[in-house]
Design a binder for this molecule. Structure first.
Ligand SMILES: NC(=O)c1ccc[n+]([C@@H]2O[C@H](COP(=O)([O-])OP(=O)(O)OC[C@H]3O[C@@H](n4cnc5c(N)ncnc54)[C@H](OP(=O)(O)O)[C@@H]3O)[C@@H](O)[C@H]2O)c1
Length: 245
């Protein structure tokens, strides 16, 4: 491994999009710190390349997280990708514990990561925050997931302004549907779904160019972006049509 290799830290690298992003970065010659809870999967991932170092910890455990990476590691790209998705199936019996689980992993743990690692991101480095195209418009059953991702998109915009003087770039990633273990659980049509490898290529390209809003596949995400300009009074009846009966 070259001592001049650039360094990327990726959370949620044991599966799906994060795993594909880790492989893409390793192929591009980065030293990859691949984070997740599943040690077996991370070890298997690191078997693919000498450039990949597995880091096993739970993002919701601040003590584990703070000790997960070498304190003197200088980070070029930091990609906070880990996440979970659970839907609110019965809004009247609102499941507060589900809401907490999703917000905790998708939003609050991102705050823990920023506290622990942002100071190690180099001048001129790039931080990628994983949102979702679900953040563009309110979607049915996504009270918890959509709220967590809308929070990430807001966080990315404010950080982008506040970190500019430090010359740290922010990217917010808004994927449409990507084929992963997370979406394999979905029981509805997923228009325009793409493979994780294609998502990883788009993320690497966007992060390398310092693109603020990395979104793909374009046909799907542009449609949602345009719909997001509708007043809520017009969007609401469209969203209602998605409710499963
Ligand atoms: N797939 C899509 O269509 C899609 C679309 C938009 C946005 N996204 C977002 O993309 C990200 C990756 O999703 P994916 O589809 O690749 O899902 P995935 O295959 O289920 O991967 C999720 C990753 O997050 C990690 N993770 C979850 N909770 C964790 C915790 N408490 N501590 C440490 N790691 C944790 C998992 O690691 P372990 O299993 O090792 O714990 C796993 O590596 C998520 O933020 C998701 O919301 C996905």
């Amino acid at each position: 491994m070259s001592t001049h290799s650039r360094v990327v830290v990726i959370t949620g690298a044991s599966s799906g999009i994060g795993e594909a992003v880790a492989l893409e970065y390793a192929q591009q010659g980065f030293m990859v710190y691949a984070c997740g809870r599943n040690q077996t999967k991370l070890n298997a991932l690191s078997d693919n390349s000498v450039n990949i170092t597995p880091c096993t910890f739970d993002l919701n455990d601040q003590t584990e997280l703070k000790n997960a990476l070498p304190k003197d590691l200088a980070i070029d790209h930091l990609i906070l990708n880990a996440g979970t998705c659970e839907y609110i199936d019965n809004p009247k019996q609102f499941d507060g514990a589900l809401f907490e689980r999703v917000i905790q992993t998708n939003l609050i743990s991102v705050g823990y990561c920023l506290e622990a690692w942002l100071k190690q991101v180099k001048f001129g480095g790039q931080v990628g925050l994983m949102s979702s195209s679900a953040a563009y418009v309110p979607l049915t059953r996504a009270e918890a997931y959509g709220a967590s991702k809308a929070g990430i998109s807001y966080l990315a915009k404010t950080l982008s302004v506040d970190l500019e003087p430090q010359e740290i770039g922010i990217s917010v990633i808004h994927p449409g549907f990507v084929k992963t273990p997370l979406t394999n659980k979905n029981d509805f049509d997923m228009p325009g779904i793409i493979d994780a490898d294609d998502a990883a290529k788009a993320i690497f390209k966007g992060m390398s160019k310092g693109t603020f809003d990395i979104h793909f596949p374009k046909g799907f995400t542009w449609t949602l972006k345009v719909l997001s300009f509708l007043p809520f009074s017009l969007w609401r009846p469209l969203a209602k049509r998605m409710i499963k009966t």
